[in-house]
Design a protein around this ligand. Structure first.
Ligand code: URP
Ligand code: ZN
Ligand code: ZN
Ligand code: ZN
Length: 486
């Protein structure tokens, strides 16, 4: 019989309620929740909140991008996540144009072998054709139920609207969920060119070339295309009111559209790009860029009201040296920032400690909602008997000042550096194994496992109005009934 570990004396905080109870774990699984439990080993949670481990649905580990690779690999990235209470990450498998999705997936499995915590993949649709259409079903059979589409990065990852529509309809047919990076890539490319012609070459040009309008437009467009395809839609890194408004409106109409703010967009603003230190500004270049205060307020309101469901990081960290590839041209600065270790402490500090989020809402947006949207609940995202023992014992009194000196990421800076956070993990368990023990990171490379995510049941469809409108017409449309030309 395997050893029985008991987490004692804490308050369990779930997405729906908080209550005092102990948790017993055997092997990788929660086996009992109750009072006065005993076991072979006891983890003291007195004065702490006991929450389901965080799930970050949006990371890029060792991703080939903009002529380089993101700096954190599956080992350092998942270790960073665990250090901050995140026990599972979802990375994006990116086939190169023309590459088989299955072959790309094999590559992603190979590079995730040393992950310290559990992981899954979204598949990116980076090109379109018969082969992609066919392989999408195989990808679903292999445990991946979400397909990501870039509406930005023209000439690289971007797909056109006709491809979006084809791919979204394919997702609907095979029980998968499409996702979009929503920025109008054509307009961005034009604006980048104009700015360069005007001599604007520094990181400030990055934000100028990607205003909220390009994100709002693309979000609206993707929502309409998803509705026509009759499929739900997940919008990654929702950063502004224009995009949030589109999501809010769609949800109010009954469409299943999900929005994912990043912790960076919630707390960092566009003044960072006007910092005279080129490195400082370039280190913060990501897409969409940081926004102004009014957009931050919109994102917080969305989390509070439930019109936005998830807080992620889009962890895609590059060293300063990598960023310097764009020293003379902001369009060449690798896009991306880190945040895996900081997402939960920063959200707790800025959300829970300020009263903007309840503790239960914190659990919902960092874990439970994500598990439900990605179809892995209650294996993940829950403290229930039978769930994986991915658990965070959270000490609400523990403080630190975020510093690159003490972080797990291999990058030598941190966009949150200097920020004091109060609320940190005391212990973190990854499928029953301690990954943080009394504040000390003891994660095990190779312990992480690929988590299969089954296709969605038929019930999880968008409430498309389109099919009614285009049902076969009984009345023949004759030329005399056509509107007159003027
Ligand atoms: O700037 C970003 N967000 N880099 C990572 C790739 C992406 O667009 O998500
Ligand atoms: Zn096309
Ligand atoms: Zn993106
Ligand atoms: Zn991303």
């Amino acid at each position: 019989m395997s050893k029985r570990t008991v987490i004692k004396g804490g308050t369990i905080v779930a997405a729906d309620r908080s209550y005092a109870a102990d948790i017993a774990i055997e092997g990788e699984t929660i086996v009992q929740i109750g009072t006065d439990l005993s076991g072979d080993e006891v983890i003291d949670a007195t004065g702490c909140y006991v929450m389901p481990g965080g799930i970050d649905p949006h990371v890029h580990l060792k991703m080939p991008f903009m002529g380089t690779h993101s700096a954190d690999d599956f080992e350092s990235g998942t270790r960073a996540g665990l250090a901050g209470g995140t026990t599972m990450v979802v990375d994006f498998c990116l086939p190169s144009p023309g590459q088989s999705l299955i072959e790309a997936l094999e590559g992603w499995h190979a590079k995730s072998q040393r992950a310290c915590g559990d992981y899954s993949f979204h598949m990116a649709v980076t090109w379109w054709g018969e082969q992609v259409f066919e392989e999408m079903q195989q990808v679903v059979d292999l445990g991946i139920n979400s397909f990501k589409h870039f509406m930005a990065y023209k000439g690289a990852l971007m797909v056109d609207d006709d491809e979006l529509f084809d791919s979204f309809r394919r997702c609907a047919a095979i029980g998968a969920m499409p996702m979009v990076h929503a920025e109008n890539g054509d307009v961005v490319a034009t604006m980048q060119q104009k700015l360069l012609e005007q001599g604007i070459r520094g990181p400030e040009g990055h934000a100028m070339s990607r205003p909220p309008e390009v994100e709002g437009e693309a979000t609206n467009r993707a929502i309409m295309i998803a509705d026509m395809a009759g499929v739900p839609l997940y919008v990654v890194h929702t950063s502004c009111e224009q995009a949030h408004e589109a999501i809010r409106r769609a949800r109010q109409k009954g469409m299943r559209v999900y929005g994912e703010p990043l912790i960076q967009h919630l707390v960092l603003d566009d003044s960072e790009y006007r910092n005279p230190d080129w490195d400082h500004a370039a280190q913060r270049v990501m897409s969409p860029p940081f926004r102004d205060k009014s957009n931050q307020d919109s994102l917080w309101a969305g989390l509070q009201a439930g019109s936005l469901q998830v807080v992620a990081t889009d962890h895609c960290a590059f060293t300063t040296e990598q960023k310097r590839t764009g020293i003379d041209d902001f369009t060449k600065i690798p896009n991306g920032t880190g945040g895996l270790e900081d997402r939960m402490p920063v959200l707790w500090t800025e959300g829970v400690n300020t009263g903007r989020l309840t503790k239960n809402e914190f659990v919902a947006v960092t874990s439970t909602n994500i598990a439900k949207i990605l179809n892995i609940y209650p294996q993940k995202g829950a403290i229930l008997e039978g769930s994986d023992a991915d658990i965070v014992v959270w000490d609400p009194r523990k403080s630190k000042v975020i510093s690159p000196e003490t972080q797990q990421s291999v990058v030598e800076y941190n966009v949150f550096a200097g920020r004091e956070v109060t609320g940190l993990p005391r212990h973190v368990l990854s499928r029953g194994r301690l990954a943080v023990d009394d504040g000390t990171v003891c994660a095990t490379p190779g312990h992480g496992r690929f988590v299969k995510r089954p296709p969605f049941a038929e019930v999880n469809k968008a409430l498309s109005k389109w099919k009614e409108v285009t049902a076969p017409r009984k009345v023949e449309r004759k030329p005399e009934n056509m509107p007159a030309c003027v």
